[in-house]
Design a protein around this ligand. Structure first.
Ligand code: PLP
Length: 463
């Protein structure tokens, strides 16, 4: 059974490398259900291979060169193998007893990331994603403010925190979960690149204090979701220190840029922030989910997560340092470190640096091609790997340009089998092209831009 499955997986991976589509057929939910019987029956059927074939056939091939839609893409084989082995060895990260080597791997990767950021500590934990990291950073900040928070709950002060208007929506969810409330998120203006303006931040902090609100946290972003912008760390952390606020760098998307020789300057001062998160399932190409948060100060995680009444799992005689459940919000936790560790082992740190630098150069090539074309226009400057651009024609109204972008996207999906997201920037509908698959070559980029131009020529505006 396993051999038959692995043959299929191998074929699938070989196929997507040269695949000319990201999805075989675009079907509505009802059309999909007509083709494939997903219903659960009383009687089982041991022949699951047609089901596996269907799943592979009707899934989006995020590893193909026609997929530019998300902040992940491509295939990292050592990491895929790590994912299988994680499933096969099926354990949980809470105790050394049931995950001895996995514990050591997770600790090694946390140390690698702490070194990368410039933290002297080895404090950190794998989490369920960047959203979870943002929430955990907020929780740590609440705790730092008021050690009693863990016992008494939310303080009576009206606590407010600051993020840029370009930061990720997960902060909204975190504010709801933690009882801070959406109204207590203060959004700081960004400059044209999408980076938080430090002066605007300080202005807002002062205003909030004046009305007796209690600022406690600033969320910086290293690699914003849409524009790929980086908030100026040194200046913002200085402000945080002045007002005694926690500084968290959401590096879910752009944290891995620290491995790029030419771009790591964007993260100068990262070691001064209180916490820093990285999603290895984005730029590092590890299958979802693979994500970690690191802390400058040792001991934070245990202070937050260490509670009593867990003696069915953790025993007094255990060495607490190696029972990672004492440092995690989760109880059962997947072994997400193995796939990243195999990636580091296979490629080496040097290989990772080459990967990121290649993506940086390919994004620069793409932006340059767009700049040189009379009908293509960047809507925001290239900072990292996000390329926001429009197809434009002389004399077109902005309404027509926006409509044309939608038309092109739909045609790309339906006829050319490309998936690229669109986004609104200052009322301009544009493509958000993400260069994250290191299998991409400049020929692939040329082909894509030509395809966009050819489709654009067919467009006819209907009022
Ligand atoms: C800047 C940023 N932060 C956080 C997240 C959320 O990460 P995750 O999907 O791993 O929860 C994203 C997702 O794209 C992001 O772009």
């Amino acid at each position: 059974m396993l051999k038959k499955t692995f043959d299929r997986i191998e074929n699938y991976l070989l196929e997507i490398e040269n695949s000319k589509n990201y999805l075989k057929e675009n079907l509505s939910p009802s059309e999909l259900l007509e083709k494939i019987d997903v219903s659960i029956k009383n009687k089982g059927n041991k022949d699951i291979f047609p089901l596996i074939d269907n799943y592979l056939e009707f899934s989006v091939k995020t590893g193909s060169k026609h997929f530019y839609n998300q902040l992940f893409g491509g295939v990292n084989i050592p990491a895929v193998i790590g994912e299988f082995i994680t499933a096969v060895t099926n354990t949980s990260m809470y105790t050394y007893e049931v995950a001895p080597l996995a514990t050591m791997l997770e600790k090694e990767i946390i140390k690698e990331f702490c070194d990368l950021i410039g933290y002297k500590s080895k404090e950190g934990i794998f989490v369920t994603g960047g959203s979870n990291s943002n929430m955990l950073a907020l929780l740590a900040a609440l705790y730092k403010n008021d050690n009693n928070h863990k016992f008494s709950g939310k303080s009576s002060q009206n606590q407010v925190f600051f993020i840029s208007e370009d930061s990720h929506y997960s902060y909204d969810k975190a504010a709801i979960i933690l009882g801070i409330g959406l109204n207590n998120i203060k959004k700081v203006k960004t400059d044209s690149s999408g980076a938080m303006i430090p002066l605007e931040l300080e202005k807002l902090i002062v205003e909030e204090k004046k009305i007796s609100n209690y600022p406690f946290f600033v969320g910086l972003t290293a690699g914003t979701t849409v524009k790929g912008a980086f908030d100026p760390i040194k200046d913002i952390v200085k402000i945080c220190k002045k007002y005694n606020l926690w500084s968290h760098i959401d590096g879910s998307w752009g944290g891995s840029i620290l491995y790029s020789k030419s771009k790591k300057y964007l993260l100068q001062g990262s070691h001064t922030a209180d916490s820093f998160s990285i999603d290895a399932h984005k730029m590092l190409g590890v299958p979802l989910v693979c994500s970690a948060i690191m802390f400058k100060k040792p001991g934070v995680l245990n202070e937050l997560n260490n509670i009593s009444g867990m003696d069915y799992l953790f025993h007094k005689e255990d060495d607490i340092e190696f029972n990672l459940g004492n440092y995690s919000l989760q109880c059962g936790r997947r072994v997400d470190a193995l796939k990243l560790w195999l990636t580091f082992k296979y490629y080496g740190r040097d290989g990772i640096k080459i990967r990121i630098e290649y993506l940086v150069k390919l994004a620069e090539y793409t932006a340059e091609k767009i700049n040189q074309d009379n009908n293509l226009r960047l809507i925001s400057d290239l900072i990292s790997l996000n390329i926001c651009f429009q197809y434009i024609r002389k004399n077109d109204s902005s309404e027509e340009t926006n409509d044309r972008t939608n038309y092109i996207r739909n045609q790309l999906i339906l006829k050319k089998k490309y998936l690229i997201n669109t986004v609104l920037i200052n009322s301009k509908k544009c493509f958000r092209l993400i260069i994250v698959n290191p299998q991409l070559k400049i020929e692939d980029i040329d082909r894509l831009l030509n395809t966009i131009k050819n489709i654009a020529a067919d467009y006819c505006f209907e009022k």
